[in-house]
Write a protein that binds this ligand. Structure first.
Ligand SMILES: [Zn+2]
Ligand SMILES: [Zn+2]
Length: 241
């Protein structure tokens, strides 16, 4: 940062939507006024993802009744006539959406009652969270107890420290994971060049070609920004390779 202003970097760092490159070629999160927060662009993107979590939950519910895509079907080691593939990934993600939205809805409302029925509960909790995103992101750091799966298959209660930005990023990530589990992100076009942030050859273009994502370090660029940073024509030449 060049002008000596008391400016801070977006907490998303190299994954920031409005990140900038310094003279030495290093990436920095976009400038923000308050430390340890998100720039407007990252915040808006995360908020947009959170608003979709109830729809995501419904999509997951519907997907449980569908046969899994071939490359995702669990490997059947014992073929019995009764082996029905269970989409554990879907179930886990649905539970995560339910648990996370309930946790933060309770914190926001200071414990207002929510419906006991699963679907009604997640609908209500997403509505509470979506209507209070500003309150959510301003939550101060606090301890939470979380159930987390252990390697041996059991669950374990662990202690984690999270603030409102963690909450927002965590909830937004559930939207990303939903799209991944449902295969909605998979119309990928792989680009021939290595990522100039992490150096791995893992760049993909979205199906509408508006966005370039590094699948290794998760950096994201708008098409124009990517072309500007890498020299024009990258997106035009990829089909030839
Ligand atoms: Zn940012
Ligand atoms: Zn990368």
């Amino acid at each position: 940062m060049t002008n000596g202003e008391p400016i801070h970097e977006c907490r998303q760092g190299t994954r920031c939507h409005s990140r900038v490159r310094d003279d030495e070629g290093r990436w920095h999160g976009g400038g923000i006024e308050r430390p340890d927060t998100l720039c407007r662009s990252c915040e808006e993107s995360a908020f947009a993802s959170i608003r979709q979590l109830y729809d995501d939950w419904l999509l997951l519910e519907a997907a449980k009744l569908q046969p899994p895509p071939k490359d995702r079907a669990p490997k059947v080691t014992h073929s019995t006539p009764y082996s029905i593939p269970i989409r554990l990934d879907i179930d886990t993600l649905q539970s995560a959406i339910e648990d996370e939205t309930l946790t933060w809805a309770r914190i926001i409302t200071r414990g207002d009652p929510v419906p006991t029925q699963r679907q009604k509960c997640v609908q209500k909790c997403v509505a509470i969270v979506a209507a209070n995103l500003g309150t959510l992101i301003d939550q101060t750091w606090r301890h939470h107890w979380r159930m987390t799966p252990r390697a041996d298959g059991g669950d374990e209660l662990i202690h984690v420290g999270l603030d409102g930005v963690d909450a927002v990023l965590g909830l937004a990530d559930l939207h990303r994971r939903t799209r991944e589990v449902l295969g909605l992100n998979e119309t990928r076009i792989w680009l021939p060049d290595p990522c100039h942030v992490c150096g791995v050859k893992a760049l993909t273009s979205s199906s509408d070609q508006e966005k370039v994502t590094c699948q290794a370090c998760r950096a994201v660029w708008a098409k124009e920004e990517f072309a500007r940073l890498n020299g024009v024509g990258v997106l035009d030449t990829k089909r030839a390779s």
